[in-house]
Design a protein around this ligand. Structure first.
Ligand code: C2E
Ligand code: MG
Ligand code: MG
Ligand code: MG
Length: 283
């Protein structure tokens, strides 16, 4: 029954709503099944140390290997996972996979620190410290080889309890990174109190850093400030040699991006590491 005023509009709007609710329900069901059937997989992207060209760490990025749709990127399902609470299971699975993999690399003589992305909705569920402790114990990975990333904007929700949680994580020996830095409006006094080891400059500043005055100035300022606070600086989304040269000249510590390597499955990452190490020792 359409409403008397602008009935069609109402009807149309209502259908749209129903369609999107249905789609979301379907996606949620598929995601639950994907988790049960092991369709979620960690991909890894290396971070390169600029001063000596060595790869010491990698970011774990979740991929959904969908039977019909192929590889689905996290942007398409992480927000839904956050809303439905499935994010907890996904984080747990990513932590487990990443720690197992890092231990394997360590045993193969390639110590790589692996970083896992967290969502604040999961941090708020309250068992993060115990979870991380358990995974480290179960896998036997030394804590210093695990890093956790949280975006600057997510840090600002519930700031006090997040600082407390992350202090406990630091005490375990786990490393902490502030992701997408520069886009979250955090205050300097907050930054001072957050127990991070590194900041990752958001890729929006890196994109035009070699040509754009403002981006260059912001990037230099972030590097100087982070170094002043004893934090390591990583630049994300490095795609060109010009960006890499700028970052090297301005003392950025590490770079991550397609120029070095795309996110790849663990086996390909091992191949990348072996080839990269061989090339580095030749020159
Ligand atoms: P992020 O943590 O900032 O990850 C960096 C994103 O930039 C990744 O996208 C990566 O594939 C992409 N990237 C890397 N190098 C380049 C480059 O040179 N150019 C460009 N244009 N992009 C590059 P991805 O894998 O699609 O992940 C998107 C976001 O989804 C991540 O941003 C992170 O916030 C979230 N995410 C990924 N995996 C997880 C996870 O396991 N748990 C949670 N909670 N969030 C995750
Ligand atoms: Mg990240
Ligand atoms: Mg980022
Ligand atoms: Mg991001």
């Amino acid at each position: 029954q359409a409403k008397h005023l602008g009935g069609d509009t109402f009807q149309f709007y209502n259908n749209q709503l129903q369609a999107s609710t249905l789609e979301r329900l379907q996606l949620e069901q598929q995601l639950r099944r994907a988790i049960e059937e092991g369709q979620l997989q960690a991909y890894y992207q290396p971070k390169l140390t600029l001063s000596d060209g060595v790869v010491r760490s990698a970011e774990a990025l979740v991929r959904w290997n969908h039977p019909q749709r192929g590889l689905v990127s996290p942007g398409e399902f992480i927000p839904l996972a956050e809303e439905t609470g499935l994010i907890g299971v996904i984080s747990e699975m990513m932590l487990q996979q990443a720690c197992e993999q890092a231990l394997l690399w360590l045993q193969q003589g390639m110590p790589i620190r692996v970083s896992v992305n967290l969502s604040v909705s999961h941090v708020r569920q309250g068992n993060l410290v115990t979870l991380v402790q358990d995974v480290l114990k179960k896998t036997g990975l030394p804590a210093y080889l695990l890093e956790l990333e949280l975006t600057e904007s997510q840090m600002l929700e519930n700031a006090e309890s997040i600082i407390a949680t992350f202090k406990q994580l630091r005490e375990l020996g786990v490393h902490l990174a502030i992701d997408d830095f520069g886009t979250g409006y955090s205050s300097l006094s907050y930054l001072k109190r957050f127990p991070a080891n590194s900041v990752k400059i958001d890729q929006s500043f890196i994109r035009d850093v070699a040509e754009n005055h403002e981006d260059a100035a912001i990037t230099r300022a972030i590097i100087a400030m982070a170094h002043g606070l004893n934090l390591l600086v990583v630049a994300e989304g490095v795609e060109t040699q010009a960006q890499m040269d700028f970052l090297h000249a301005n003392l950025c510590d590490e770079v991550q991006g397609y120029l070095i390597c795309r996110p790849v499955a663990a086996e390909q990452f091992t191949e990348f590491l072996l080839a990269h190490t061989a090339a580095a020792t030749e020159s």
